[in-house]
Each structure stands twice: as structure tokens, then as C-alpha cells.
Design a protein around this ligand. Sequence first.
Ligand SMILES: *[C@@H]1O[C@H](CO)[C@@H](O)[C@H](O)[C@H]1NC(C)=O
Ligand SMILES: *[C@@H]1O[C@H](CO)[C@@H](O)[C@H](O)[C@H]1NC(C)=O
Ligand SMILES: *[C@@H]1O[C@H](CO)[C@@H](O)[C@H](O)[C@H]1NC(C)=O
Length: 446
Amino acid sequence: MATSSLPFVSLFLLSSLLHTTSGTTSTSSGACATSPDTGSTLRIIHAFGPCSPLRPAVPLPSWADFLTDQTERDTTRLLFLNSLASTGTGKSFVPVASGKQLLQIPNYIVRGRLGTPAQNLLLAFDTSNDAAWIPCNGCTGCPGGSPWFNPATSTSYHPVPCGSYQCNQVPNPTCYPRAKSCSFNFSYTASSFEAGLGQDSLSLASDTVSSYTFGCLQKVVGNSIPPQGLLGLGRGPLSFLTQTKAIYGSTFSYCLPSFKSLNFSGTLRLGTKGQPKRIKTTPLLLNPHRSSLYYVNMTGIKVGRRTVAIPPSSLAFDPATGAGTVIDSGTMFTQLVRPAYEAMRDEFRRQVNAPVTSLGGFDTCYNGPVTIPAITFLFDGMQVTLPEDNVIIHSTYGTLSCLAMAAAPEGMNAVLNVIANMQQQNHRILFDVPNSRVGFARELCT
Ligand SMILES: *[C@@H]1O[C@H](CO)[C@@H](O)[C@H](O)[C@H]1NC(C)=O
Ligand SMILES: *[C@@H]1O[C@H](CO)[C@@H](O)[C@H](O)[C@H]1NC(C)=O
Ligand SMILES: *[C@@H]1O[C@H](CO)[C@@H](O)[C@H](O)[C@H]1NC(C)=O
């Protein structure tokens, strides 16, 4: 496995990076201050970050361990995204976790309240997923650490009946003769999940979604377990986004804070209100086989002022094979198909013009100070020039810095270019589905 040397490498590289958040065990007082969610805007918390409400839970990885494992996690997520891209099942629910860790679980979480009286929940949001999950009371195999939902104490909870539209959207629905309610299960690699389909009132910031349909997790078999609920922001029929179309008009934006930042102000803003009016945009492309993925048309990459020679086939959108470029909130480091990555990297190395060292998943690292050229992603109708913070991962001690992108792992038959969250940090990314566009604007939400 190409990633086997990563843990050592990343630990070295990232533990020093983490020095900016040192003393992370003392997350008291102002450092992790949270202002309340207001209007339709939710504060974003990094699930494994120093200010995460999940942190006290024992089984969770430490922040350093989390980052250490991230490149491996990315590899698995890439596998997952590529499998989505190439084998659309038409079903709205897709596996949310697999393998030995929280592999496809997105990293950014928001707070929500479900039921009457309201029960507090944590929800991870994922732009490449349609699933709506909540770990429910009595679940066997669900992890601790995150609050579970208890349907029995909510007066507004209803099981979704068999034969309903919603029940037909889930994989392998099973209707118990007596309960008349829709249940379903599915498996993915070594794990299987069982859930009942339910409806209840979900509140986010100042808004309430009165009949939110979700999978109430009842059983998880295997070692992959979602630590919290999942808020699918994909475009499929049962996603949160589709369910709340009347309220939010299938529009949202987010600004993701830097991993380094304790005192961030990242937000997820739902709906058309308060979205940037003037923002560079590029058309959204729809792959009918996989409606949940946000494809865009990346047409080229510039390093400094030079446009890199990339074979057009490496960037071309092809719904039949799933090839193309997606914007994803759950992958950490941008991964490009090999010919695209290598062309960009070679030009980057040429311009930096200093001895290159490699460090596990990062193949372009430098010791000592170097001048970093800007990297610009060229999209149809929009250019996004990344500042150094989105391009380079630095070690605070020592002087090592690495290009924070990678080629898709070999032997994966990868066709997707994935623009990941390290490259999105400190930008507002607008997903405007009705107008079929994605926007990018610089915004400091460190
Ligand atoms: C967090 O940010 C606020 C406003 O930007 C600032 O006043 C405060 O001092 C910061 N706190 C820390 C711990 O950096
Ligand atoms: C899930 O699968 C198991 C094994 O095939 C089966 O016994 C069970 O009834 C299924 N449950 C649901 C809700 O489909
Ligand atoms: C992508 O953009 C290029 C350049 O504008 C255009 O020629 C091409 O048709 C676009 N591809 C898709 C799938 O829209």
C-alpha cells in the first residue's frame, strides 16, 4: 500500500504544525468560544479539532492522530467517491462508513435539535452524500461520545410507513408486518447498518424543518461507525438539501476554517439569504448516474503565470465513466488524476527550483525557505488563485514545507479530480443548485 509510510511522516510533519494549537487539552475560556447559531447560519466545528464537542469521548482519535491518519483516510474516501462516480445505483442512501475507521465521515460538524422537546445533536455535513442519519437510542454498535436521539421521548416523531415515497428511496426496504414502518439495511465492505426510517422536526439555528426524514440507526455491525448524525448536502431525492428545498431553495455556502485554527469562525449558511451577491462562479455539471456529487468543469491549472500542459482527457467530464472534477467537503488534500498532478507538480518544482525531498504521501517538500508560486485552478468561467496557505503545509519547527496535494493513489482506476477542503479553507464556497453554479470567494474564517 502506497500510504504505509504515512503515519510516521505525518506525525513528524504535522505534530509541529500542531504547535499553533498546542495545549489543546485546555480548550477552556475564550479560545473555543462559540457564539450561538443565528438565522440560517451555523457555526462549523471540526469533528476532531481542539474545540470539538466530541473531544472528551475516549475512543476518538486525538487531533494529532487524526491528522496522522488523514492521508490514508483520503485514499479510502477517494475510493468511495470513485465508486460513487462509476456505479450509480439510483438509490439515495449510500454507505457512510467503511473499513477500520470513520473513513468517509466528513470532518466538519454543526449543531442541531431534533424532536419535541428538542434533543441536541451533532451533525456532520457532507457535500458528496445524500444520506440523512441519526444514531438512535438502543442502537447496538453505535459509538458513544456523541448524543443519540431517543424517538420514544419525542412527541413529534413518526416512523415512515411502508410503501411511501421515502421508503422507496432507501436500499432494500423491509417492512415488518406488525410495525408497518419502513426499515432498511445495507452493507459496505466489512460493515452493515440497520435503520428505521423516521420523521421528526429538525431545528438548525433559527429554522425548523417540520417533517425531516432520516435513518434512525439501530444496529451497526462491523468496525466502521458514524460518530454523529449525517447531514447530506448532495442533490439526491432524500438528501437534507432536497428535503428542505422549500425553505432553503437548494442553496448553501460554507467557509471552512483552517485546521490550525483554534479560534475560527467557519460557518455553514443555508438558503439564499445572506449569500454573497458578487462572487465568481462556474457552472455545475450534473452526472445523472451520481446526482449527489458536485461536478464542475476544471479546464486547466496554472502554476505562477504558466498554464500547465495537462492532457485534456485528465480533466474531461464524462458521466459514463464518472470522470471529471468534484468539489468535496470531506477529503482533506486535493487529489488529481496522475497525469494532471504530475504536470502541475513538475512545473511547481521547476519554478521553486530547490532540492526536493518527499515525505510519505507528499512528494514535493522543501527544507528551508523557498518562494512558492501561486497555484490557480481554471474553471469554466472562473479562476481560483490559491494563497500559499492553501497550497503548502508547513511545519512550525524546522523549516519543512510540502505541496499539500497528491496524485490519486495508483491501482485505483481513479477518474475523479477532487478539490478538497485544505484547498477550500478560508474561501466561501457557494452551492447554488437552482442556478446550477458553484461560487468561490476569498473570506477569512480562520
Ligand atoms: C478570537 O478572535 C477574537 C475576534 O477575532 C479575538 O478578540 C480573540 O482575542 C481571539 N481569541 C483567541 C484565543 O485567539
Ligand atoms: C438486514 O439483513 C439481515 C440479514 O440478511 C436480515 O435478517 C434483516 O431482517 C435485515 N433487516 C432489514 C431491516 O432489512
Ligand atoms: C468545459 O469548458 C470548456 C471551456 O469553456 C468547454 O469547451 C467544454 O465544453 C466544457 N465542458 C462541459 C462538460 O461543459
